[in-house]
Design a binder for this molecule. Structure first.
Ligand SMILES: [Zn+2]
Length: 249
């Protein structure tokens, strides 16, 4: 009964959101809690249908991986100016002319990075307290994401540059000079690779995912600083549906 009721509420809200989108041009609201949470994203708007119907969704629990001579994953980032935005779902950092990664399929420019807590990716069932997603796009608009996992441990000075400048309010913006995204990366670039999706609506597929296997650290105070703004902003893991995960690099 409770479930039916919340479903009905979700449909009403979805309907209202659709009207709102039609009149304001804004996409319908979604969140990480019912009734607009992940279990209902697909019903909030037709544009979000893939969140429910998609067969190659992210994130995933990486339980097994096939050792392959996977293509290259090389980083060519450069430090520079970055804009830090509180977008209402996470903290999103957009570096200007920050460089690119190179995969077997070519070059992808770094567009933005953002954070989820707890981590969206799981490794053999294990969840980490935080992850970063580094989102890249190539010349024809295809996406490649590098996922970085963080565990609690040492203070992370590069992360601190971002955390110390997080705007508290939705829509708030801050500017950073000389942000070096490459300093967030481990020296080893071994990674799990698979084909997935955006982990937020519209859950678009054909995203090339690369989850670095080296786990980075942040201090408990740093984790608390992020969680003070976003206590939980992770989509649950999605079924593999026969997809293979490769490990290499
Ligand atoms: Zn993400």
């Amino acid at each position: 009964m409770k479930k039916q009721l919340s479903g009905a509420v979700a449909l009403i809200i979805a309907g209202l959101c659709n009207i709102a989108w039609a009149t304001t041009g804004q996409p319908p609201a979604w969140s990480y809690t019912a009734p607009t949470g992940p279990e209902n994203w697909g019903e909030l708007h037709s544009e979000y249908e893939r969140c429910t119907s998609g067969k190659a969704q992210s994130p995933i629990d990486i339980e097994t991986a096939v050792q392959t001579e996977s293509g290259p994953l090389t980083f060519a980032y450069q430090p520079g100016h970055a804009v830090v935005l509180n977008n209402g779902h996470t903290i999103e950092v957009s570096p200007v002319n920050a460089g690119s990664i190179t995969l077997a399929s070519g070059n992808y420019s770094l567009v933005q990075l953002h954070f989820h807590t707890p981590s969206e990716e799981k490794i053999q069932g294990r969840t980490y307290p935080l992850n970063a997603h580094l989102v890249h796009r190539n010349a024809v608009g295809e996406l490649a994401v590098v996922a970085l996992l963080f565990e609690e441990g040492a203070h992370n000075p590069t992360l601190e540059r971002i955390l110390a400048n997080m705007p508290g309010n939705t829509g708030g913006v801050a500017n950073l000079e000389g942000l070096s995204v490459s300093d967030l990366l481990p020296t080893r670039h071994e990674h799990y690779a698979y084909s997935g999706s955006l982990t937020t609506p519209p859950c678009t597929e054909d995203v090339r995912w690369h989850v670095l296997s080296t786990v980075m650290q942040l201090s408990p105070a740093q984790l608390q600083a992020f969680q003070a703004l976003y206590p939980m902003n992770a989509r649950p893991v999605q079924p593999l549906n026969g997809r293979q995960v490769h490990i290499g690099g």
